[in-house]
Design a protein around this ligand. Structure first.
Ligand code: ZN
Ligand code: ZN
Length: 81
C-alpha cells in the first residue's frame, strides 16, 4: 500500500526538508554519506521519495513511523522500491 498524502505531508514536516537516510550505502557509488544523516536538502514540491523503513514484503506498514524521507540519490542507491 502506498503512503497516503497525509503521511507524506507529516513525514516531510518531520524531516525539516532534509533527506532522512542514515544508512551506509554499499556498492559502487555507495559512499555519499557514511554513517551520518544525508545532508541533501529537499524541496517539498521537488523530487524526493517516501520509503518504507521496513519493506512491505517484510511486514512493514504505510505509517508515519515506518516512513523515511529520502532524496532520489539515496533512493536509487537503496535499489528503488
Ligand atoms: Zn539522501
Ligand atoms: Zn543515503
Amino acid at each position: 500500500m502506498p503512503f497516503s498524502d497525509d503521511v507524506k505531508q507529516q513525514a516531510f514536516t518531520r524531516s525539516e526538508g532534509r533527506c532522512e537516510c542514515t544508512s551506509t550505502h554499499t556498492g559502487v557509488s555507495g559512499a555519499h554519506h557514511r554513517g551520518f544523516r544525508c545532508p541533501n536538502p529537499l524541496d517539498q514540491n521537488g523530487s524526493w521519495e517516501l520509503r518504507h523503513k521496513v519493506a512491505e514484503m517484510a511486514g512493514g506498514t504505510s505509517t508515519l513511523d515506518n516512513s523515511q524521507v529520502t532524496c532520489l540519490t539515496c533512493n536509487d542507491m537503496a535499489g528503488g522500491r
